[in-house]
Design a protein around this ligand. Structure first.
Ligand SMILES: [Fe+2]
Length: 429
């Protein structure tokens, strides 16, 4: 093959990989919606959550607005009214349905949203038929479109859990698949890491969000990191020790939050006949002692760490410890939809990926030299860099290939409806 021929071949292969990943992602969203009725897809459980129908339409609007309308000549917008309905927070794209009222969108119907998806998928097929150069602006936007839809796949699942947990019927999204219940948690060990000036943040090949860069130096003191996550069994010890009733463990905002909200256990826990149960996508189940605690706020994670005489890691400590750890996890279409217990110790940190997002003590701030990208997508991450905490890792609901050691997730400290948990850190003394 000539050099020109080889370059052409690489271009075609690169385009095919991108196209396959895009359509695999599009199909996974529809697979995740399949167990749901039209009514399930319409209702909004709370202000932070969105209806499934809205997620399915919003990710489609994103592809239409930022890619097809600009980069596919002759593309016809499916419905001009959808910009108002399915714009999330892009000021540059104009007025939108208020977030707390997304559940009032009984129109368009689910059928019409699926027709919208088909229309946009046809546009994307036409875009690829015209040719997409691997390093072009269009390819870059398509990569963002894939990663954006993956983020909403996780949100779709956590928002359905919020909805089903609010139902008196406690519906099962997907029946629990047989697995061995591990009665005792795997032993807890510690990984000691040296201090120094470390390079952190993303650089080089592969996709990353703008908020993961620039790569820069961070000063880290010697520290130790728990080699597994905090378990439900350990959380029950915290509860039994009056953890939720002892002000000394709590940040002031956290103490105010638990008293205002009446929290005395993780979200979705309920006591029946003296036994703690937890609502999950697999229905209402006994709390599994060896499994990681999940659905706790930053305030609760921080209080637990203080009670345990430890602390939460910083995001850079977490990132340094995660280097070289393989990113594991199953697609939400195949794997368990709850965090599973840790395997036996193997000398490296376990459960870094694929169980729960892990709260860190780091505030969500820009890295030195960070500038939001120019254009509408500059609104994606940068404008949220205030009053939120960083979580690292990835959960049982994170699509494979979506996360990495430098990934920065972020939520407000009171939020707990995501798959959120913690691992402990400590100084080396
Ligand atoms: Fe979005």
């Amino acid at each position: 093959m000539t050099r020109q021929g080889s370059v052409q071949r690489t271009t075609i292969d690169g385009q095919r990989v991108l196209e396959n990943r895009l359509f695999d992602t599009r199909h996974l969203s529809e697979d995740l919606a399949r167990p749901l009725s039209a009514e399930d897809m319409t209702v909004q459980a709370m202000e932070d959550a969105s209806p499934t129908k809205w997620h399915l339409a919003h990710v489609t609007w994103f592809l239409e607005t930022f890619i097809l309308a600009k980069h596919l000549p002759g593309y016809r917008v499916f419905d001009e009214t959808f910009n108002y309905c399915f714009n999330s927070y892009y000021e540059s794209q104009g007025a939108r349905q208020p977030r707390p009222k997304r559940g009032l969108l009984t129109r368009p119907s689910s059928e019409r949203v699926f027709a919208y998806r088909t229309h946009v998928d046809e546009g994307l097929t036409n875009l690829f038929a015209r040719g997409v150069e691997p390093n072009s602006e269009t390819a870059r936007l398509l990569e963002i479109g894939i990663n954006h839809e993956q983020q909403h796949q996780e949100l779709l699942l956590t928002d359905i859990l919020a909805l089903f947990a609010a139902s008196p019927l406690r519906p099962v999204y997907r029946a629990r698949r047989p697995h061995t219940v591990q009665p005792e948690p795997a032993a807890l060990g510690w990984v000691d890491l040296p201090g120094g000036i470390a390079k952190v943040g993303h650089a080089g090949e592969g996709f990353a969000w703008d908020n993961e860069a620039p790569r820069h130096d961070a000063l880290v003191h010697p520290f130790r990191l728990a080699d597994r996550l905090v378990t439900n069994g350990e959380w029950l010890e915290f509860m039994a020790a009056e953890g939720y009733r002892t002000a000394a463990h709590w940040l002031a905002d956290g103490w105010a939050a638990i008293n205002r909200e009446g929290w005395e256990a993780p979200l979705y826990w309920e006591k029946q006949d003296g036994q703690w149960l937890a609502m999950s996508l697999e229905g209402l189940q006994p709390v599994e002692l060896a499994a990681p605690v999940c659905h706790v706020s930053y305030y609760e994670a921080d209080a637990f760490a203080r009670w345990a005489g430890k602390r939460l890691p910083t995001e850079f400590e977490w990132e340094i410890a995660a280097r070289g750890v393989p990113v594991t996890g199953k697609t939400p279409a195949d794997g368990a939809l709850r965090p599973l217990p840790a395997q036996a110790p193997d000398g490296s940190p376990r459960q870094m990926f694929g169980a729960v997002w892990q709260w860190t003590q780091s505030a969500y701030l820009p890295y030195p030299g960070y500038r939001p990208p120019a254009g509408a997508l500059g609104e994606y991450n940068g404008k949220f860099m205030v009053s939120q905490q960083i979580l690292r890792g990835g959960s049982c609901a994170t699509p494979p290939g979506h996360t990495r050691a430098t990934y920065r997730n972020f939520f407000y400290p009171h939020q707990r409806w995501q798959f959120m948990g913690l691992r402990l850190a400590a100084e080396i003394t």
